[in-house]
Design a protein. Structure first.
Ligand code: ATP
Ligand code: FE
Length: 353
C-alpha cells in the first residue's frame, strides 16, 4: 500500500508518501515539512488566520514536492490520508479540503486521521512495535500517557491538567531571556547548571494517577528569579544555568515518576515504553525515561526527532494503518478542532466537542 498524507493542524504544513508491503518494514518515500515560524514570530504565538492561509497556499506545493521526491504520481497512491483534527480549525479545514479535492479528482479513498493518533502510532512506523505499548506524548501543546492497543484503540491513562511541558520550557526561556523555542535553549543552559540548587515543586507527585501539572513550576521559577534580582540586583550566568537545571530536573522527575505509574496502570504485556513530541528531544528526560523502561524490563523507543515533532509521514502511516484495517471516510469527513483520542472514528463527527 502507498499512501499520501497531509498535515496542517498547527503551524507546520506537511505532505508525505509512505509505503508498506505485506510483511515488509514500512518505508517513508518522502516527507516534506514547511514551518511557519517566521510568519508568526512578530506576534509571539501562532496566529490562526495567518496559519490557515499559509496552509492553503502551501499544501499543493508540498504535495507536488512529496510526490516528486517519492518519484510517484497521484495515480500510484492507494489512498489520501489527512489530519482531520484536533488542531486550529482553519488549518485543519485547509488540509481536509485539499485532501477531498485530491480524492474527488482521482477517485482515491479518503482517510481521516486523528493528529494524536499519528503521533501515537509513529513507533510502529519507525520500530515496528507490537500492540499494546505505552506512549508518552509530550510537546508544546500536549502531554498525555496513552496505552495503544490497536489502530483505533487508545486509552488515556492521564495527562497534564494545565500547561504542556514544552510550553513550560518555552515560558521558562522567556522569563530568562533565552531564545525560542525554549526547549533546546533551556536544555543547553541546564547542562552547565546545578539541578539541585532550587527546590522546585514536583506537582501532583503525591497524588495517585498519571495526571500532571506544569503551570506551578513556571510561577516557582519566576519567584526564584525575582528573589535573586531583589537580593543581588540581577542574575548571574551561573544563576541562570542553575535555574534551568533545577527546572528541567523538576519536569524530568514528574515525567519519569508518572511514567512509572502509567506502566503499572497499563494493560499487561506491554511491548515497550515509547515517547513522541518535541520534548522527547531532551536528553535528560530521555535518559530518565530510559531508566524507567529498564526498571520495568521494557524496551524504550524514541523515534528520530523529525518524526517526533509535527510531520505528514506519521499521518500517512496512521492513514495506512486505518486503511489496511478496512477503515475509510467519505466526503462528509469533517474537520474537528477537538477530538479526544479515545473517540477515534471520524464517523462520530459532528462539529467537534
Ligand atoms: P503539538 O505538536 O502538540 O501541536 P508543538 O508543535 O508545539 O505542539 P512539537 O513540535 O512536537 O510541538 O514540539 C515543540 C515543543 O518541544 C516546544 O515547546 C519546544 O520548546 C519543545 N522542545 C524542543 N526541544 C526540546 C528540548 N531539547 N527539551 C525540552 N523541550 C524541547
Ligand atoms: Fe503534534
Amino acid at each position: 500500500l502507498t499512501i499520501l498524507g497531509l498535515e496542517s493542524s498547527c503551524d507546520d504544513t506537511g505532505a508525505a508518501v509512505v509505503r508498506a508491503g505485506p510483511g515488509g518494514a514500512p518505508e517513508i518515500l518522502s516527507s516534506v515539512v514547511r514551518g511557519q515560524t517566521t510568519l508568526h514570530s512578530a506576534f509571539g504565538g501562532v496566529v490562526p488566520e495567518i496559519a490557515a492561509r499559509a496552509h492553503a497556499e502551501r499544501l499543493d506545493l508540498c504535495v507536488e514536492e512529496a510526490l516528486r521526491r517519492a518519484g510517484l504520481g497521484l495515480s500510484d497512491m492507494d489512498a489520501i490520508a489527512v489530519t482531520a483534527g484536533p488542531g486550529l480549525i482553519g488549518g485543519v479545514l485547509s488540509g481536509v479540503m485539499c485532501a477531498k479535492g485530491l480524492a474527488a479528482a482521482t477517485g482515491k479513498p479518503l482517510v481521516g486521521v486523528n493528529h494524536l493518533a499519528g503521533h501515537a502510532l509513529t513507533p510502529r512506523l519507525t520500530d515496528g512495535l507490537d500492540f499494546p505499548y505505552l506512549i508518552l506524548l509530550a510537546s508544546g501543546g500536549h502531554c498525555q500517557f496513552l496505552a495503544v492497543r490497536g489502530v483505533d484503540d487508545f486509552t488515556r491513562l492521564g495527562g497534564t491538567i494545565d500547561d504542556a511541558p514544552g510550553e513550560a520550557f518555552d515560558k521558562t526561556a522567556k522569563l530568562l531571556a533565552l531564545p525560542q523555542p525554549g526547549g533546546p535553549a533551556v536544555e543547553a543552559e541546564a547542562e552547565k547548571g546545578d539541578g539541585k540548587r532550587f527546590a522546585f515543586p514536583r506537582p501532583l507527585m503525591d497524588r495517585p494517577g498519571c495526571d500532571m501539572s506544569f503551570s506551578g513550576l513556571k510561577t516557582a521559577l519566576l519567584r526564584a528569579r525575582d528573589s535573586l534580582i531583589a537580593e543581588q540586583g540581577g542574575i548571574t550566568v551561573q544563576d541562570r544555568a542553575d535555574l534551568c537545571a533545577s527546572f528541567q530536573a523538576a519536569v524530568r522527575d514528574v515525567l519519569a515518576g508518572k511514567a512509572r505509574r502509567a506502566i503499572s496502570a497499563a494493560p499487561e504485556g506491554l511491548s515497550a515504553l515509547a515517547v513522541a513530541g518535541g520534548v522527547a528531544a531532551n536528553r535528560s528526560i530521555r535518559a530518565a525515561l530510559q531508566e524507567v523502561a529498564d526498571e520495568a524490563a521494557l524496551p524504550f523507543v524514541a523515534p528520530p526527532l523529525s518524526l517526533c515533532t509535527d510531520n505528514a509521514a506519521m499521518i500517512a502511516w496512521a492513514g495506512l494503518e486505518r486503511f489496511r484495517a478496512g477503515q475509510q471516510d467519505d466526503m462528509t469527513l469533517a474537520a474537528r478542532p477537538r477530538w479526544p483520542l479515545d473517540q477515534t472514528s471520524p464517523a462520530l463527527v459532528g462539529a467537534g466537542r
